[in-house]
Design a protein around this ligand. Structure first.
Ligand code: FES
Length: 123
């Protein structure tokens, strides 16, 4: 577990997403590289992953963390690394991962593919 920040969270990026041209670089991998180059807020860990089952609406990322709701976002582009970093910081700082809807980046508001409740049972 990442203990560098009390609200440490994971940003998962599908690196296998591709578009129509099978010979072009995979946009998912480009997005991962763009996020690594941009840098992420403290306490946000970047994790490359295989398919997140949102292939027709990639690029795709997911945010998760202990005791938090998890979110899957799609229709992302490698140029949107700053927006994703901003959204990840908001997620990190929100109790339970529940960022108020109007405070989310507009792309996140319009391209939330799924949200999943925390693994921990409610008290
Ligand atoms: S290959 Fe990226 S979501 Fe399926």
């Amino acid at each position: 577990m990442n203990t560098a920040h009390p609200g440490a969270v994971d940003l998962l990026v599908c690196t296998t997403c591709r578009r129509a041209d099978p010979d072009a670089p995979r946009p998912g991998a480009l997005l991962h590289d763009a996020l690594a180059a941009h840098g992420l807020p403290e306490g946000v860990r970047l994790i490359a992953t295989d398919c997140l089952s949102n292939c027709t609406r990639g690029c795709t990322v997911a945010l998760r963390g202990p005791g938090r709701w998890s979110y899957v976002y799609g229709n992302l582009d490698p140029a949107q690394a700053p927006l994703i970093a901003e959204g990840a910081a908001l997620f990190r700082d929100a109790p339970g991962g529940l960022v108020p809807w109007r405070d989310r980046p507009e792309h996140f508001r319009k391209n939330c593919i799924a949200r999943i409740p925390p693994m921990e049972a409610p008290e």
